[in-house]
Design a protein around this ligand. Sequence first.
Ligand code: ADP
Ligand code: MG
Length: 275
Amino acid sequence: MTKLVVNQLAKTYGDPAKGGVEAIREISFDVREGEFVCIVGPSGGGKTTLLRCLCALHGRSGGRIELDGRDVTQPPPEIAAVFQDYSRSLMPWYSVRRNIELPLKNTIADKKERSERVEWSLREVGLGGLGDRYPWQLSGGMQQRVAIARAIAYRPEILIMDEPFASVDAQTRAGLEDLTLAVRDDVGAAVLLVTHDIDEAVYLADRVVVLSSRPATVMEIVDIDLPRPRDQIKTKGLPRFAEYRTHVLELIRATSQPEPVSEAQQAVAATLHGN
Ligand code: ADP
Ligand code: MG
């Protein structure tokens, strides 16, 4: 079953006639129930803009976004988001437990039920028993796990993640990737994850949406036919993994080519090099 449909989405910041920034020219793709979709593309290409449009955090210039067949015009309660900068997303003066519980107050009136939800989500991310700690008492990887716990405590149908592991070391990153796969299986939510790490995208995804450089368009949607459960060593050692990775890398490289140099630039270069 299709969960989310993005149809000919376009987004320009500001007035195009007065030097506005065309971030997204045209993006179309869909996300099925429980599917893991990764979005890769060059930096500055419009990926965060796409996620903000999906969460209806800002308007769009064209196209449609449908969740379960309904047009998305306000932040949908079915979607929870985890962003890259965990140090800014958690409130340092609240305990871990309270950080997770606060957003639930809007949706769950019963205090006991809220508290059970918090404890469940903490256990789910491997932080059971650490609810009384404060974010600043935890490592970066653990803080990001709190951010994931806060998102899944909500029981979202779609979990949106914007470069969620970009600021942790490689070892922690691999652990968080596997945690996200396990959470997806347990919660049954679809995951839409933006990354500029091609290995990460291929490792995690059922499908990878490859975006061009700005203004973003879809270059290709690649089906990742690798067995599950995935394993950091076994999966990444498969010949097919290498093939997918090379293919996506070639697409990204093609879209990231520098502009051809003009005749004037060539003349300057010739002068500088004395020929
Ligand atoms: P990515 O996440 O792929 O790195 P972004 O979506 O953050 O890319 O940005 C795409 C383009 O839109 C960039 O050129 C960026 O400078 C521009 N941009 C992002 N947010 C705004 C904004 N609020 N106002 C104007 N331009 C913006
Ligand atoms: Mg971004």
